[in-house]
Design a protein around this ligand. Sequence first.
Ligand code: PMP
Length: 359
Amino acid sequence: MKYFNYAAGPSALFPEVVDQIKQELCNWQNTHSSVFEVSHRGAEFMAFAQNMEKTFRELLGIPEDYAVLFLQGGGRGAFDAVPLNLPLKHKRALYLTSGHWSRQPALEAKKYLEVKIAELVDQNFKPTKLDWTEETKDCDYVHFTANETIEGIENFTPPKVSPGVMVVADMSSDILSRPINVSDYDVIYAGAQKNIGCSGVTIYIVKKSLLGNAAPYCPTILNWDVYYKSDSLFNTPATFSWYTCGLTFNHLKEKFGNLSNLEKLNIRKAEKLYNYIDSEDFYTNKVDPSIRSRMNVSFTTPSEELDAKFVQEAKEAGLSGLKGHKVFGGLRASTYNALPEEAVDALIDFMKSFATKYR
Ligand code: PMP
């Protein structure tokens, strides 16, 4: 039997990456130690880290005037780090909400500044608008969540804002899934544990001109400038997590060359699954097609009981991680970069037989 893992994060790594970890586990780069037993300041690890950043920059096309930082604290740490690090003239920000993970940073930011909230996606899972020029006139920055991991909503385009207003994006669950124009953003952040490597590292892409503005009460552990000046080695990093990220970046470069090729595959995978869901009355996905996530496909069967049966029977058939998040319910298939197309085919086959059995 073949096993596939559709978990939302931590989630599946590329099998090639897992194989390399296995091979190198007891003797990494001739150190006769595993990678998590060597010093983060040793020559081997420092060289690995430099290469990791270089490859990440190449993949996303990150311009020189942006810093790439590797911190801890996850996405939730970033909810604080953003208002604590950005220069705030008005002490006001607009948080665009489209689901659970865009509402959380707004709650956190209220501790530091005035937060205005507006819906980017309405209650019928339809996009509202892209032009937020008027609403951002008196704001320092706008925050939005590029991919709502729980509901399965992807906001592909950054919002249009009043001149001088900074654009901050949480890309925790869709970073590296498609090319982006980094210059459209001032800050991008993403936890590694969904589309990159294993949990423990949070990547920030920050316009360099914004560094050095942290509030005096910003904990040093979240201070971007401190991390920039120390090559992200201010404190002991999550070395194993960095290692999995580095291996994944190398693998993406070798296997796909660039993110446009990878995006084509991601579009194909998502379209297959949504087309099947739309063709079958038994399953429902309520998200407007223009903002359906390519990374997290949410759906339901006709009842909660059947949803629970689906999760159980799918697991027995080798397909795991399909239970929806507790705040949203239903089912969810995460189709991140590392999930092969054959896993989407296997899921559709299973969905077909489940629908026939319980219709
Ligand atoms: N943002 C998004 C879009 C997420 O999906 C998550 C986690 N599921 C978070 C933030 C929070 O990340 P963490 O658990 O790393 O704090």
